[in-house]
Design a binder for this molecule. Structure first.
Ligand code: T4K
Length: 404
């Protein structure tokens, strides 16, 4: 293992501690810690404005928000979803007693392929749960057309899609407005974090009210409980942090954009390394930097992953294994290999390179050097040296990107 400092796939963005202390003082003075206090109210209002949405309900995390969102829409039976996501997507269905039905993904976008949805619909289907994977918008129009034709709800797992906008008829709209509900994650690893946290974006005040009841045990007042709700509330600590994070998030996304651009410039010429093309007509948030290690890359995806680990670059294979391969899902009829060839292929090729605002240029260069070194290894005997200690031969000038 390398003696160099570890570079993680992500590192949470945090504001200067001294900026947070006055918020803590206010909490300490008021002794209002949770249950919809002043910071909670302010964060809902300020986030709605920042994101360009009207109704937002804060949650303790996105998983509980997904579970609650499904419950609020009274979704039952079967829901069509993607196997290429974090396991919480399908778990939220199971927590509602719903059967996930996996449909394959699009090879270009890695999002649920609308052309695969119709064949998965049965009389038990009540909804579609797509994921804006890596923050890249799904084909929301095509999905909505199918939902309308079959009278299905659409619940978006938008955990990755903070701040992402789409251009519709020359106007920019939040991607979170699509469908019946969208769910965001504010986990430590996300573009906007409140340590842990999440939110549901609702289309109208009535839906938000129902969700607000459901996340507070079903209470509507001191003595009335109208539903089997849960405790999904965000605390004042997390909400206060969110307010402060919001002041810094624009700069954080801009820094991510520069890291993204530099990876593209440095890695575009490597045969066998596919970079996902930016989505047309969308403002990305650069939450992840996935690459697909194809068959003609000199080393396999897993060898590249190990090679990076040897150099203390701790990438992740989001999303491998597929959700449909986990033991609680693999027995489902929709989980078969034959049903999900594109998702399986992507899961075997994907590697998410480190991207986070505080990543330095030197750290990024370390990542680029290892990937280029692997990508430029042409001779079989060289491949063997790649995995021996002491560390690899110096990257040849030939393999260096033209511009850093
Ligand atoms: N839907 C989708 C599509 C999702 O991707 C997620 C979560 C959800 C729903 C559910 O959202 P939440 O209920 O979590 O709000 C991470 C996150 O835990 C998870 O939130 C996220 N998706 C998923 C894609 O990634 P792991 O198991 O990879 O996390 P972990 O702890 O290995 O962290 C990755 C790296 O981040 C570490 O190597 C170092 C760094 N890190 C992480 C944490 C937690 C830090 O530097 N500090 C930290 O506090 O799942």
């Amino acid at each position: 293992m390398s003696a160099e400092r570890p570079i993680y796939v992500t590192q949470p963005e945090l504001p200067p501690l001294e900026e947070f202390l006055p918020y803590l003082k206010e909490i300490w003075d008021s002794k209002v810690l949770t249950n919809g206090g002043p910071f909670h109210k302010r964060l809902e209002a300020e986030l709605a404005e920042y994101l360009g949405v009207r109704h937002i309900s804060l949650f303790c995390n996105a998983t509980i928000a997904l579970v609650t969102g499904l419950q609020s829409q009274r979704i039952t039976g079967e829901v069509i979803t993607t196997p290429y996501s974090f396991v919480a997507t399908a778990h939220s269905l199971r927590w509602n007693g719903i059967t996930p039905v996996f449909a394959d993904i699009d090879p270009e976008t890695l999002n649920l392929d609308p052309s695969r949805i119709e064949a998965a619909i049965t009389p038990q289907t009540t909804a579609i749960m797509p994921v804006h994977c890596y923050g890249r918008p799904c084909d929301v129009e095509a999905i909505q057309r199918i939902a309308d034709d079959y009278n299905l709800k659409v619940i978006y797992d938008a955990a990755h899609a903070f701040g992402v906008q789409r251009r519709v008829d020359d106007q920019w709209h939040s991607v979170l407005e699509a469908g019946d509900l969208s769910v965001l994650s504010f986990h430590a690893t996300k573009v906007f974090n409140t340590f842990e946290g999440g939110a549901i974006i609702s289309p109208d005040a009535k839906t938000k009210q129902r969700i607000d009841h459901l996340k507070n045990f079903g209470f509507v007042n001191e003595t009335t409980v109208v539903a089997t709700g849960i405790n999904g509330k965000m605390s004042e600590f997390n909400a206060a942090l969110g307010l402060l994070q919001l002041q810094h998030v624009k700069g954080a996304i801009e820094r991510r954009a520069r890291i993204d651009a530099r990876y593209r410039e440095a890695l575009a010429d490597l045969p066998g390394l596919r970079l996902l093309a930016p989505a047309p007509d969308a403002t990305p948030n650069h939450s992840y930097f996935p690459v697909l290690v194809e068959a003609n890359f000199p080393v396999s995806r897993d060898d590249l992953y190990q090679l990076l680990r040897q150099r203390n670059v701790l990438t992740r294979r989001y999303f491998y294994p597929l959700i449909s391969d986990f033991p609680m899902y693999r027995g489902l009829p929709s989980a078969t290999e034959a049903n999900l060839p594109v998702a399986r292929h992507a899961a075997e090729q994907v590697l998410c390179l480190p991207i986070y605002p505080s990543m330095t240029d030197d750290e990024q260069q370390r990542v680029i050097d290892v990937v280029r070194e692997a990508g430029c290894s042409r001779l079989p005997e060289r491949l063997e040296t790649v995995f021996t200690e002491p560390p690899l031969p110096v990257v040849s000038e030939l393999c260096r990107p033209q511009a850093a």
